[in-house]
Design a protein around this ligand. Structure first.
Ligand SMILES: [Zn+2]
Length: 246
């Protein structure tokens, strides 16, 4: 009898531990409820299969660019829908690693025009259109730059046709312009951070979850390891830039 009772206690105990483990293990089979590591959120990764896949040359400006598989599948559908309207979408930039972003940032950091500028002034100027390494949505494999890196391109002719299509249809496939026109409403300061980017489109079914986890996992101190990183804190990079969307 005593053995039976002990066995029952063990079985109940094991069941309890299993439940506890299930609750504490947040990885589920749903795409947008995966748990992303700090390194993934900061771009300290090598984007490769099976999570990432190469964007085919039929949709991109050069070979070797990667996106998360789910993002690429959605983008291919968007690309197809565009072709049906005689609109051509070309990815200029997809996933960027921390070291790639660092090379972009540090190339700008040493521009001759910044002679005599303070670190904060330099950082603020570069941040008009470029992210500090560790704080770019391109690290996540969810965001693409399309067709041109100039807003002007999207304001007339072929570019305007592309932009009209994206505004009308991209959200049907999960893609949204996140760096929208600032101060759209009469209400000033509707959005902080980067200037408008008509070329930058984000796959929100995954990116929204990654932003949520970024906000709960990463602090300004984690944005480090490049020239001028010391200004990340005073510029409130996470509040003003990573969250400066819509
Ligand atoms: Zn971009």
């Amino acid at each position: 009898m005593k053995n039976v009772r002990s066995l029952a206690v063990i079985v109940v105990g094991l069941f309890y531990v299993q439940c506890l483990f299930a609750q504490k293990n947040p990885v589920t089979d749903k795409v947008n409820h995966l748990t992303y590591s700090k390194n993934e959120l900061l771009g300290r990764i090598v984007p490769s299969p099976p999570l990432f896949s190469e964007i085919p040359m039929s949709c991109s400006s050069r070979s070797g660019m990667m996106l998360r598989v789910e993002v690429l599948n959605a983008f291919k559908e968007l690309h197809q829908a565009a072709e049906e309207e005689d609109v051509r979408l070309t990815v200029m930039s997809g996933t960027r690693t921390f070291s790639h972003q660092k090379s972009i940032w540090e190339r700008k950091w040493v521009r001759p025009k910044y002679m005599g500028w303070s670190d904060i002034e330099k950082a603020r100027d570069i941040l008009s259109y470029s992210s500090m390494p560790g704080s770019s949505r391109h690290h996540w494999g969810t965001d693409v730059d399309l067709n041109s890196l100039e807003n002007e391109y999207f304001e007339s002719g072929e570019g305007l046709k592309v932009y009209d299509f994206l505004e009308r249809c991209a959200s049907d496939f999960g893609f949204y312009q996140v760096y929208t026109e600032k101060n759209r409403d009469s209400n000033a300061n509707t959005r902080s951070g980067y200037e408008e980017e008509k070329w930058h489109w984000s796959y929100l079914p995954i990116a929204n979850e990654m932003l949520k986890q970024y906000n709960s996992t990463i602090s300004n101190q984690d944005i480090d390891g490049f020239k001028g990183a010391v200004s990340a804190d005073s510029l409130k990079i996470i509040v003003n830039y990573v969250n400066g969307i819509f």
